[in-house]
Design a protein around this ligand. Structure first.
Ligand SMILES: Nc1ncnc2c1ncn2[C@@H]1O[C@H](COP(=O)(O)OP(=O)(O)O)[C@@H](O)[C@H]1O
Ligand SMILES: O=COP(=O)(O)O
Ligand SMILES: [Mg+2]
Length: 559
């Protein structure tokens, strides 16, 4: 069998243009960019303001079926499709999320795509990049410190120290920090209480950076964040602790989108990085809306399967940003079809047409769900070199029975040569104007009805289980004026249900709500379902064990 170069070998060989040349493709002059080295830059707010009156380009969302642990190639297909659109003469760019160090050193790896469909410099992107995640961690940590400090110096706001909602964050998969005690050690250290860490991408600061329109909006939203409750259950806001100004200062540069390029020197915005299982899973609104002003076609992604990332893209990001997808690309892979057809991870390489057909039920469920948002859907079969013709044909035949179309795309192996067919079809659909986007629910429903609408409408659950404490909390937030917010479901990415082992298209299951959190600054209610954790753990063999510097001082092992 042919041997294929690793992602990082391909990325290292990339012939990159100076970042100013990439910016000029988007109408940016040199002083519109703040360079971070030769191949990365931040886009200035003055440039963003200067393009607001331009018409919007077409918006294309890339989502996927329920993935294997490795992921099925949404980011890879986003980049491959963007390059394919440029290849057929379109003025296109991509908007993707920044990588978190957690999965990078854990199991999933990086977030720059793969093969010949990558954004470069992938090493920088998957590590410190331009420092945005460090800034978000610092801003979050400043507030954490100021909360316990406020309590230490007399607790004028009368925070009930049993009801401090604000947790700490670190950008790492560290299960040991999930549940801890803070302020131990006696009088000098303050008032002991329970606390814990989430991973940075689950921070409300991340969500706010991804939903804010500009720095002023960012600071207002930071002030709106609820950090704790008093004994009378009234909320204590971040602005009561007077932290939002300094937090905005720490986030000043992080608020600006990052410009980089694909292997084929096409422009890419990489900005914000919430996961889609524990957060809303979409890159920033400011990057997406700016891209729509400077390109005719914008290809963007939403994390994990369409039951998570795409649902939140539609019901949270589009609703709040006033944007709508002109076409949705649903990425399917033969290997994920087999997994959804019950094949164990170790056996996904062997041909198994029956399992592919079995697993297509998952694909069919996602096609139907996406169409219920009023948007046209194209299935992109993200080709793996191990796929057989029979398996690919089985997916195509099935998709046809669902009244949709499946296009094979070989961008991982061939770059834009491999995605030109997909690009032609997607551009045609996006240009046709057939999309009639509408979110799944309107603001007037109660919070619990919104949860049910998603659980029953998207997950095909029979019921939502929530004990009295949860229902009372939702009711209290409605009484406090938060009932019109959308909900952000946190659940496993492996299944429509909350049982990660229940593959395919399960029905008759129940969705147990374990906890609800009000992100009053971001403007949504997080609904934690089943066993999902907002601080992931590392796997038995972390990817970190294979990441090192070689004799020439180059990074090896990132993927
Ligand atoms: N067609 C393909 N062939 C081989 N590997 C692929 C292909 N598409 C993606 N990958 C690899 O699979 C992993 C997941 O891809 P990614 O685009 O990150 O998926 P997602 O964004 O859906 O999580 C990455 O390591 C990527 O390099
Ligand atoms: O939030 C998860 O994103 P990916 O599916 O791209 O890993
Ligand atoms: Mg991805």
């Amino acid at each position: 069998a042919m041997s294929y170069k690793s992602d990082i070998e391909i990325a290292r060989e990339a012939k990159k243009l100076p970042i100013q040349d990439i910016g000029s493709k988007l109408g940016m002059s040199h002083d519109d960019l703040l360079p971070y080295g030769h191949d990365k830059a931040k886009v200035s707010q003055s440039f963003i303001n200067s393009v607001q009156d331009k018409p919007d380009g077409k918006l294309i969302l890339v989502t996927a079926i329920n993935p294997t642990p490795a992921g099925e190639g949404k980011t890879t297909t986003t980049v491959g499709l963007g390059d394919g659109l440029n290849k057929i003469g379109k003025n296109a760019m991509v908007c993707i999320r920044e990588a978190s160090l957690g999965p990078n050193f854990g199991m999933k790896g990086g977030a720059a795509g793969g093969g010949y469909a990558q954004v470069v410099p992938m090493e920088d992107m998957n590590l410190h990049f331009t420092g945005d995640f460090h800034a978000i961690t610092s801003a979050h940590s400043l507030l954490s410190a100021m909360i316990d400090n406020h309590i230490y110096w007399g607790n004028e706001q009368e925070i009930d120290i049993r009801r401090v909602q604000w947790r700490r964050v670190v950008d790492m998969n560290d299960r040991a920090l999930r549940q801890i005690n803070v302020s131990l050690g006696g009088v000098a250290n303050g008032f002991p209480r329970e606390g814990g860490f989430d991973i940075t991408v689950a921070s409300e600061v991340m969500a706010i950076l991804c939903l804010a329109n500009d720095l002023q909006d960012l600071e207002k939203r930071l002030g709106d964040m609820i950090v704790a409750y008093r004994r009378d259950r009234s909320p204590v806001y971040c602005r009561d602790i007077k932290a939002e100004g300094a937090m905005a200062v720490l986030l000043k540069d992080a608020m600006q989108p990052n410009l980089v390029q694909t292997l084929e020197n096409n422009p890419a915005f990489v900005h914000g990085g919430p996961f889609a299982n524990i957060a809303h899973g979409c890159n920033s609104v400011i990057a997406t809306k700016t891209a729509m002003k400077v390109a005719d076609y914008v290809v963007t992604e939403a994390g994990f399967g369409a039951d998570l990332g795409a649902e939140k893209f539609m019901n949270i990001k589009c609703r709040k940003a006033g944007i709508a997808p002109d076409c949705v690309v649903l990425v399917a892979t033969v290997r994920a079809m087999k997994m959804n057809g019950g094949v164990a991870k170790a056996d996904l390489g062997a041909e198994n047409v029956e399992a592919v057909m079995e697993g297509c039920a998952n694909l069919g469920r996602h096609i139907g769900n996406l169409k219920s948002f009023g948007v046209p859907v194209v299935v992109a079969i993200n080709h793996f070199v191990t796929d057989t013709d029979a398996e690919i044909q089985a997916v195509k035949d099935y998709v046809e029975t669902q009244g949709s179309e499946a296009i094979l795309s070989r961008h991982w192996e061939l770059g834009s040569e491999g995605s030109a067919d997909l690009a032609r079809r997607v551009a045609e659909i996006a240009d046709s104007g057939v999309s009639q986007f509408a979110p799944l629910y309107n603001d007037e429903l109660t919070l619990f009805e919104k949860i049910e609408r998603i659980a029953k409408g998207i997950y095909r659950a029979d019921e939502v289980l929530a004990d009295k404490k949860i229902r009372d909390q939702l009711k209290l937030w409605e009484d406090q004026g938060y009932g019109n917010l959308p909900v952000c479901m946190a659940k496993t990415q492996y299944s429509f249900s909350t049982d990660p082992n229940l593959r395919g298209a399960p029905t008759g299951h129940s969705v147990p709500v374990r906890e609800v959190r009000l992100s009053a600054g971001a403007g949504f209610v997080v609904v934690v379902c089943g066993e999902i954790m907002t601080m992931p753990g590392l796997p038995r063999t972390p990817a970190a064990e294979n990441i090192h510097l070689n004799a020439e001082g180059q990074i090896e092992g990132l993927f």
